[in-house]
Ligand binder design. Structure first.
Ligand SMILES: [Zn+2]
Length: 126
């Protein structure tokens, strides 16, 4: 979103964009209205990668290496999971496959987190 220079007219557009984003946010919170689901990988709270899970086909391997260790994240069709990790607790691996909004897999030793965003919240009937 940043990096582009806007003039005075640009400010108006920025305002409109902000309103549009707010509306979009309201849409996302609306159960059943939005079924596009994303997997967000964050490292130390910073977004590392976002993958659209809805409509995803095939297998994509995302190795994440940090000074703390390594996690091998796999996106398979519309699911995302940690396949391998060299952390000591392996909780991230045991968490298993994520595909629904609100699901989270965390690797605390590596400060890595996978979060599913969008779609309908768990507990909301389809
Ligand atoms: Zn782990």
């Amino acid at each position: 979103m940043s990096g582009k220079k806007f003039g005075r007219r640009g400010d108006l557009w920025l305002c409109l964009a902000a309103v549009a984003l707010l509306l979009l946010g309201a849409f996302w919170a609306w159960p059943g209205q939005q079924d596009t689901v994303y997997g967000e990988i964050t490292l130390e709270g910073q977004l590392y990668k976002r993958i659209q899970l809805t409509g995803h086909r095939g297998r994509e391997v995302i190795p994440v290496r940090t000074e703390r260790g390594e996690n091998v994240i796999v996106v398979e069709d519309e699911e995302i999971f940690v396949q391998e990790a060299d952390c000591h607790d392996k909780i991230c691996v045991k968490t298993g496959r994520l595909s629904k909004a609100g699901q989270v897999a965390a690797c605390l030793p590596h400060k890595l987190m996978i979060e599913i965003k969008g779609g309908s919240e768990p507990g909301v009937s389809k």
